[in-house]
Design a protein around this ligand. Structure first.
Ligand SMILES: NC(=O)c1ccc[n+]([C@@H]2O[C@H](COP(=O)([O-])OP(=O)(O)OC[C@H]3O[C@@H](n4cnc5c(N)ncnc54)[C@H](O)[C@@H]3O)[C@@H](O)[C@H]2O)c1
Length: 267
């Protein structure tokens, strides 16, 4: 029998993680490094990404960081090249950075549409395009995109965000068909409500502090949608990222993975 640590581990692998300064990206970078991967962390918040990379290095892992706007193709190309230069190649790409958008579809203007599509869809595509040749050169790899539970449950005021995340899901399905012959697997997470800065942004007082009553209400309402009564933590997504990055998921591609406490199952 093979050693499970070897099958689920990432010793000798190189990963790029976008959105790595906070939330799901931060936790994923930490978990991948803990599993043995050498990690390149990218984020618009360059200082935040470096703080996470430093923490990984201080706990014995290998990590570097770089400022990155995934909406800029040149910057996305650069971070992938950095992985090759610094660590010799690329095995895993976690396209985690993304932005929310609140607003009714009937009021949606071109500038907002282009900006959010430019980050959530085009930014994800840029990452995939940059990664494919490097992964193919190594005989394969794993691309992990981030869609959202919002593709299953339409919510008023959240239309543009859902449209972009549905786009990421379709990109994932199709790209998996196109690059499978080069040994590259492409999967996406569709996270349920996960407590990060992303969800907390709506729960703040005017001075920027968290409004405890709004937080409790939000958590209660998310827990009530889950058959197991849970709201997610970033690491709940990161452990799924680890599975999808590792050999343990070698038979899985083109799928949308729903770590969401079962919130969409009874509907
Ligand atoms: N938290 C949730 O409930 C939830 C649910 C479904 C999907 N998601 C998705 O998960 C992903 C991560 O979200 P999170 O909850 O960890 O949020 P977060 O706000 O904690 O982290 C997002 C990170 O992405 C970075 N970022 C934003 N725009 C960027 C850009 N253009 N280039 C590079 N970096 C950029 C931010 O600086 C931040 O560090 C997003 O794609 C989000 O849409 C989150």
């Amino acid at each position: 029998m093979r050693d499970l640590n070897e099958i689920f581990g990432l010793e000798g692998k190189v990963a790029v993680v976008t959105g790595a300064a906070s939330g799901i990206g931060e936790s994923s970078a930490e978990v991948l490094a803990q599993a043995g991967a050498r990690v390149v962390l990218g984020d618009l918040n360059a200082e935040g990404a470096e703080a996470v990379a430093k923490r990984i290095r201080e706990s014995g892992g290998q990590a570097v960081s770089q400022g990155l706007d995934i909406g800029n193709r040149g910057e996305v190309d650069e971070i992938v090249v950095r992985a090759a230069r610094e660590f010799g190649g690329l095995d895993v790409l976690c396209n985690i950075a993304g932005v929310p958008f609140d607003g009714l579809l009937e009021d949606l203007g071109d500038d907002d549409f282009d900006r959010v599509v430019g980050i959530n869809i085009k930014g994800t595509l840029y990452g995939c395009q940059a990664a494919i040749p490097l992964m193919a050169a190594r005989g394969g790899g794993s691309i992990i995109n981030v869609s959202s539970g919002a593709i299953d449950l339409p919510v008023a005021n959240y239309g543009l965000y859902s449209i972009t995340k549905a786009g990421v899901a379709q990109l994932t399905h199709t790209l998996a068909q196109e690059v499978g012959d080069r040994g590259i697997r492409v999967n996406a997470l569709a996270p349920g409500a996960t407590l990060t800065n992303f969800t907390r942004r709506r729960l703040k007082n005017p001075d920027g502090s968290i409004n405890q009553e709004s937080l409790d209400q939000f958590v209660g309402s998310m827990e009530s949608m889950s058959p197991i009564g849970r709201v997610g933590e970033a690491v709940d997504q990161a452990w799924l990222v680890l599975y999808l990055a590792s050999e343990a998921s070698r038979f899985c591609t083109g799928q949308i993975w729903r770590s969401n406490g079962g919130a969409t199952t009874g509907r």
